[in-house]
Design a binder for this molecule. Structure first.
Ligand code: ADP
Ligand code: ZN
Ligand code: ZN
Length: 754
């Protein structure tokens, strides 16, 4: 009888574990019971032959697991949750929305040190005090609970409270204190080490700029809704003073005793933005990006939770930083593709940030000169408030843009004679020139003049790029490298030559043509090493005549006052992209790169080389600007029911055996079809399936890649179908599970690259 009562537990622990399985796991509570357990603490548990560290998600009274199969938690690692409640809740939503394992979502969201079970640094002190300091006698403590009564009396003598170590030295145990807490007689507060509450406060290092009327209007609009949720789309042309708007909003946020979270696309590429923040604010700032080692990331996370920093600036993953006092979120360059993670948990930091703002009931500002069509659409349908900055701040004037017809022209390293003349003119005036090409290396192809053979990557469906510094062939998709052959791999004649031009070749050409003008090349190869990029930037900032040649690293957020001519060499590649977002990206790129011209007092000029100067989209972009261009593209998307007029989910499969991926997706497609039919979810208003199709690059790193696209005009049926499909892959028929295990499969919600 007694045995029976003992063997039936009353509580179970739901634990998220770092495994790809999309579920939580039930465990028996530790022998010490559940009294001190709260969601968000770490637990060490047995998992098969291993031990894993997981996060307690919930304590439940029921489990579906037979008692005999339940294992007991081995160790409780924390007294206090290491993951605050709101972040835990956020991660649950993220895991659900992206159809990803909660344990691995928590892993992405938290610093590795925490996941590995490292103790949390003691930055808080526990102070115990009476809940009702005026009460004459405790009302809930039985007379025979002597220890509790004694502790109550001690606290009555110290109404300001006593720190836990002091209580311990006075003989009061934690157990006694917890008992008092449970009865509502005593309470524990966590006293933080110095925080922004207690620090001597002067928020600013320097005075803010006087806002121009447009900026002032924007700031006022946003401040009006401070302290409640609202998404603002701040569309401001490059150089219109968006950053100044951010700074002044943050100033107000700090004055209200709250913190600001600022996301930027890439820290290394925006040192100037960071520098401006540090110059403006006297309040401590935490910087979080992928270049931090784990300890640094961990410290930054701690500072944010403990309210020891007022501003958190970071890249994508910083969106998970817990905030003690959230007040404002800013996403700079909201259209930037780097906000979407392209592997494992394929999340959009922008979309998660919007969820967080709603959760914390605070405003969020999405800033961009070239907002994504999704955001423009949300502004048009009044889900976001659309704010504009249409003029350049300060004295700079917008540049003039010209489409330069290069049909039939002889190009040298990709440059037409007319462009070369322009470059000379600007250099002669003592100014700088920026040449943009989205292709690093010397040339994209090595071709045999005799037989047409091309040097290809053995592992990818891709040509090898020729590099000269140092000389080698390189696959930009899988990193495969080899020396440059002298003879053709097919006909063995020695007549191989490079076709096309990348940054290195353009640099070579410019050096020979414009000697002694310095040529500054900026791409991933020329900026290896931590300080290299900063060195190159400071060369540019000396302001002497120079030609800058670079990839999209040059397109982002930089301010080069002496650059007056910007040339875009290969705009045409964007006109014929297979991705439906190709034109949107082209428009963003052209506008952003053009925005680098004439940022100082000198007027700027932009030249776009093209074989299609009559192209209506290009002309619309050039003459009417990004906003009109975006509206045209949106109309097109609506006709074709493409995002943002529909929602997408993409099943990707990678396999070594080419036919397995297709077979798996064919079977999956069949199952989903039946499911849709059965649930009346088929048809144009329901869910549509496209595929299986080979990925645009079918073979990569010797994996064959297939995909199945699922789309729907509303989110709910899309997610229903995806949930069903995942169930089939993880727990369907034996044949299905077996096939699914042979390949690598993943699901991408709101995919960006297809
Ligand atoms: P964006 O972020 O929109 O590209 P920035 O905030 O970098 O623009 O501003 C561009 C330039 O204009 C910067 O040099 C900035 O200092 C200056 N600027 C911004 N706002 C003002 C203002 N209200 N008065 C004077 N100069 C300003
Ligand atoms: Zn040949
Ligand atoms: Zn390759």
């Amino acid at each position: 009888m007694g045995n029976y009562a003992k063997s039936e537990p009353t509580h179970y622990l739901q634990v998220a574990l770092p495994t790809p399985l999309r579920r939580v796991f039930d465990y028996l509570p530790p022998k010490s019971g559940i009294d001190f357990l709260r969601p968000g603490i770490r637990l060490k548990v047995p998992f098969g032959p291993r031990k894993l560290i997981g996060i307690l998600i919930a304590i439940t009274a029921k489990t579906d697991i037979p008692l005999a199969n339940l294992k007991r938690v081995e160790q409780v690692l924390d007294e206090q949750p290491i993951i605050p409640k709101d972040i835990l809740e956020l991660c649950r939503w993220v895991a659900h929305y992206y159809h990803y394992s909660l344990g691995e979502t928590l892993g992405t969201a938290t610093p590795t040190a925490l996941r590995q079970g490292r103790p949390v640094a003691q930055q808080t002190r526990k102070l115990w005090r009476l809940t009702y300091p005026n009460a004459e006698a405790p009302s809930h403590i039985a007379r025979n609970a002597k220890l509790q009564l004694a502790a109550w009396q001690l606290l009555k003598q110290h109404l300001k409270g006593l720190h836990e170590p002091m209580l311990k030295s006075l003989g009061v145990s934690n157990q006694t204190l917890s008992a008092l807490e449970k009865k509502g007689e005593a309470e524990c507060i966590y006293e933080n080490l110095p925080t922004l509450h207690t620090m001597p406060q002067s928020i600013l290092h320097e005075a803010p700029l006087t806002l121009n009327p447009e900026q002032a209007h924007v700031v006022q609009q946003i401040l009006q809704t401070a302290q409640q949720f609202q998404v603002f789309l701040l569309q401001g042309i490059t150089g219109s003073g968006k950053t100044e708007v951010y700074l002044q909003l943050i100033e107000q946020t700090l004055k209200a005793g709250r913190q600001a979270l600022v996301l930027i696309p890439e820290i290394g590429l925006t040192p100037q933005t960071l520098h401006r923040f540090e110059q403006r604010f006297a309040v401590p700032i935490a910087v979080i990006h992928s270049g931090l080692n784990d300890n640094e990331r961990y410290l930054a996370w701690q500072k944010a939770v403990d309210y020891r920093v007022g501003i958190i600036i970071g890249t994508r993953s910083a969106v998970f930083t817990p905030l003690a006092k959230p007040g404002l979120i800013i996403i700079d360059e909201e259209h930037d593709a780097s906000y979407k993670q392209q592997d494992s948990l394929r999340y959009s930091a922008r979309d998660i940030a919007i969820y967080r703002a709603r959760q914390a009931n605070i405003p969020i500002v999405l800033g961009s000169a070239t907002p994504s069509l999704e955001s423009v659409h949300n502004a048009q349908t009044h889900r976001y408030r659309h704010l504009h900055l249409s003029q350049r701040a300060g004295q700079a004037k917008p540049p003039s843009i010209e489409l330069l017809n290069i049909r039939g022209e002889t190009l040298q390293a990709g440059l037409s004679p007319a462009l070369q003349q322009k470059i000379t003119q600007h250099l002669e005036k003592g100014q700088q020139v920026l040449i943009f090409i989205n292709r690093r290396g010397y040339a994209p192809t090595l071709l045999c003049h005799e037989c047409g053979w091309v040097a290809d990557c053995p592992d990818c469906d891709a040509h090898l790029t020729i590099h000269r510094q140092p000389p080698h062939l390189h696959c930009h998709h899988c990193d495969y490298q080899q020396s440059i052959p002298v003879r053709c791999g097919h006909c063995n004649t020695a007549s191989l030559f490079p076709v096309g031009a990348g940054t290195e070749r353009i640099e070579d050409f410019l050096l020979s043509q414009f000697d002694p003008i310095p040529i500054i090349r900026i791409d991933r190869d020329s900026t290896r090493g931590k300080t290299r990029l900063q060195e190159l930037f400071s060369d540019i900032h000396q302001g002497k005549p120079a030609i800058l040649v670079g990839t999209q690293m040059l397109a982002k957020g930089h301010h080069f006052p002496k650059v007056t001519l910007v040339a875009i060499l290969d705009a045409d590649s964007g006109l014929f992209s297979t991705d439906f977002r190709g034109l949107e990206r082209l428009g963003q790129l052209v506008t952003q790169v053009a925005g680098r011209a004439g940022r100082g007092k000198l007027a700027g000029e932009v030249i776009i080389q093209t074989h299609h100067p009559e192209s209506p989209v290009l002309n619309r972009l050039v003459t009417e600007g990004y906003e009109v261009f975006a509206k045209t593209l949106l109309a097109e998307r609506e006709k074709l029911s493409l995002p943002p007029y529909s929602y997408l989910g993409l099943f990707r499969v990678e396999c070594k055996n080419q036919e397995e991926g297709e077979r798996l997706l064919l079977q999956l497609r069949e199952l989903i079809s039946q499911f849709l039919q059965y649930n009346n979810l088929n048809g144009p208003l329901g869910v549509t399936l496209l595929g299986p199709l080979p990925a645009p690059m079918e073979k990569r790193q010797s994996w064959y890649r297939w995909q199945l696209l699922i789309s729907s005009p509303s989110r709910q049926p899309l997610h229903t179908a995806i949930t069903f499909a995942i169930h089939q892959l993880e727990g369907g028929t034996q044949a299905m599970i077996k096939l699914a295990r042979k390949v690598r499969w993943s699901v991408d919600i709101d995919p960006q690259d297809m």
